[in-house]
Design a protein around this ligand. Structure first.
Ligand code: ADP
Ligand code: MG
Length: 620
């Protein structure tokens, strides 16, 4: 038998390595921008076409390369950043593997122009599928410009695997913003298809945060600054009254390298203690500086994860630092919802359930005006009675929403919502009318009688389903009526969100908004959906955009995504108390839906309980 093992040809090895390093256009963005930073550039310009699929170009004014280095930079494991194994444990540059350029050049058409300030002439090198096509002297500014064209042109399977332009662009924006955030002292710009999306002059971190997240965060930033011998923490966290319901404004950097860490996220969130509602995301941009010998950044090839030698210590220190920052800026007063007088005045804000709810969005006829409802005062008293001493029960169930038969929750059934409701009004002595009425438990579920038993309806899932179908219709051919605003409002969005909104503006307007572009990243709101006019227009729009971004990965297509996002944002929430007519209306509409069984994201809208089955469970 002959021997069968052979070394792979260089270009094949490079392509395999590229599988790790280059996942999508945004990976190229990250690698090229980090190289520019390592090269000591003070100005870094990113140019992309077709969400990076046609072109990713980074132009820097850094140190440039000699002709030999330029040629060498495309070799695998060629790096100027470490020399020996021990350097691996003290890395101060973004790159160190010497893999990026070799990998990129294996799966794209790459053109590099580079010149050191001291050289008269620069060099131009063109590499395609790992082979050098051109190498020649050229006139060019000092620094380096690298263009990466037609990524994966030679790997059709991977090219086809790329997501739609909005998704890929989203990833590029994320990478760009992270690098720009970590280096506020440098100039950055970003052009996409000839449009300038970011222009970030050098400044301090606060200015950079505001440039990227938008002017509204300026008054919401609390500085964090703590230092010990081994760890330094600097940056900003958001005040507790500023948070989002979705991820997006949370950034950790360890030695200027962006990292993802649920563990550290938890540390920050827990520093807010009760100041934040459950599943709210506070803003933070935090820099941890730590002796490089105490961390291992080698864990993952794309280097977003990191290992600390004492993770617990970092956790605690981070938590204390954030807590201290919030405390010393006097943003930790007792936000004691139990004492809020609003409790008395507005029963939909049941404090013990979900203190976080901003005014919940009411939808169309779901919520008749309460002051016109004669039972309102009565109900309120009863609701209060109902919840007295039941905080604990409500909270328990909150954690285990599936467990509706738990001991505590059954207590609810012992208290009737109103005296009138307990009356037997039927001569035949069968169920009273009220007992056939739908009944809400824990502000989350609706019990509805059916002949063979009862349904337990998840009010939020049901409401999302109803609205989703309605919005899809609206996007088809029945736009929703607009309520004109007396005073149009301008809205300045973060650049990334502005880009998104411009792309879907026509559709958004079909949902009842009347929004026009106002130059730059500004928009002017002339009107809002008529049936949602009670909700703050900014909040609604912000929620819709956040949801829309979250859904991008699902590749739903604009209309489906937007209908989902809008439905999610406008739906009746868990924790929102509903009157009987509201519940009835919700049930009627749910069963008029094409697909009443599940919410657009796949949650069950209701569960059926058969009497026969219940009897069996009781041993009957
Ligand atoms: P690494 O960054 O891990 O060293 P790369 O493949 O990204 O590996 O780059 C290889 C080498 O090419 C770098 O070590 C650096 O010497 C050089 N290089 C890459 N980009 C630039 C740039 N923009 N300016 C100057 N030198 C660069
Ligand atoms: Mg590099």
């Amino acid at each position: 038998m002959t021997d069968v093992i052979q070394l792979l040809p260089e270009n094949v090895a490079n392509q395999i390595a590229a599988g790790e390093v280059v996942q999508r256009p945004s990976s190229v963005v990250k690698e090229l921008m980090e190289n520019a930073i390592d090269a000591g550039a003070t100005q870094i310009k990113l140019i992309v076409r077709d969400a990076g699929k046609a072109l990713v170009q980074v132009i820097d004014n850094g140190c440039g390369m000699s002709e030999t280095d330029a040629r060498m930079s495309f070799e695998r494991h060629a790096t100027s950043k470490i020399r020996e194994a021990k350097d691996l444990f003290a890395i101060n540059t973004m790159g160190f593997r010497g893999e990026a350029l070799a990998s990129i050049a294996a799966v794209a058409q790459v053109e590099m122009r580079t010149r050191r300030a001291t050289d008269e002439l620069g060099v131009r090198i063109v590499v395609e599928s790992s082979s050098v096509k051109t190498q020649e002297a050229c006139q060019c500014p000092a620094g380096t410009s690298i263009s990466v064209k037609n990524l994966f042109f030679n790997v059709p399977a991977r090219r086809n695997f790329l997501k739609s332009d909005p998704v890929e662009m989203r990833h590029i924006l994320d990478e760009f913003q992270r690098v720009a955030m970590a280096n506020p002292d440098l100039f950055f710009s970003l052009h996409h298809n000839d449009q300038e999306i970011f222009h970030l002059p050098p400044g301090n971190l606060r200015q950079r945060v505001v440039k990227i997240f938008g002017e509204i965060v300026n008054k919401k930033l609390v500085p964090v600054q703590q230092e010990t011998d081994i760890l330094k923490i600097t940056g900003f966290v958001g005040k507790p009254d500023y948070f989002k319901k979705a991820r997006g404004e949370q950034l950790f950097f360890v030695n200027k390298r962006f990292i993802k860490s649920n563990y550290l996220h938890h540390a920050v969130v827990s520093a807010y203690e009760d100041l934040l509602p459950e599943d709210a995301f506070p803003l933070y941009v935090l820099f941890l500086d730590i002796d490089p010998t105490r961390i291992d950044i080698n864990v993952h090839p794309t280097k977003q994860e990191i290992k600390f030698d004492d993770e617990k210590l970092v956790y605690n220190y981070l938590k204390v630092s954030v807590r201290h920052a919030l405390g010393s800026h006097n943003v930790t007063p007792t936000l004691d919802f139990e004492q809020e007088p609003a409790f008395q005045a507005y029963p939909t804000q049941m404090p013990s359930l979900r203190p976080e709810q901003e005014q919940p969005a009411s939808v169309g006829s779901f919520r008749p005006r309460r002051e016109e409802d004669p039972r309102h005062a009565d109900n309120l008293r009863n609701w209060q009675r109902l919840y007295e001493g039941l905080d604990l029960a409500a909270k328990t169930v909150e954690r285990e929403p599936g467990d509706v038969f738990s001991g505590e929750s059954s207590m609810n059934f012992e208290v009737r919502p109103s005296a009138e409701n307990t009356a037997m009004d039927d001569e035949s002595g069968s169920f009273s009318k009220s007992q056939k009425e739908p009944y809400q438990i824990h502000g989350q579920y609706i019990v509805s009688h059916i002949k063979s038993g009862f349904l337990l309806i998840d009010q939020q899932a049901a409401s999302e389903r109803i609205l989703y179908e309605r919005y899809l219709e609206a996007l088809g051919n029945q736009p929703i009526a607009t309520q004109k605003m007396l005073f149009p409002k301008t809205l300045e969005l973060p650049a990334a969100d502005a880009l998104l909104l411009r792309a879907i503006l026509d559709e958004v307007n079909k949902l009842g908004f009347e929004i026009a572009e106002f130059g730059g990243n500004a928009f002017i709101i002339h009107g809002v959906p008529a049936d949602l006019s009670s909700v703050s227009e900014e909040t609604l729009l912000e929620k819709v955009l956040a949801q829309y971004k979250d859904n991008l990965e699902l590749e739903l297509g604009t209309q489906d995504n937007l209908a989902r996002a809008m439905a999610r944002s406008a739906a009746v929430r868990r924790g929102q108390l509903l009157s009987v007519p509201e519940m009835q209306d919700l049930i009627d509409r749910l069963f008029a839906c094409a697909v009443p069984f599940s919410s657009p994201s796949g949650r069950n809208c209701f569960i059926t309980f058969e009497l026969a089955e219940l009897q069996k469970r009781f041993g009957g």
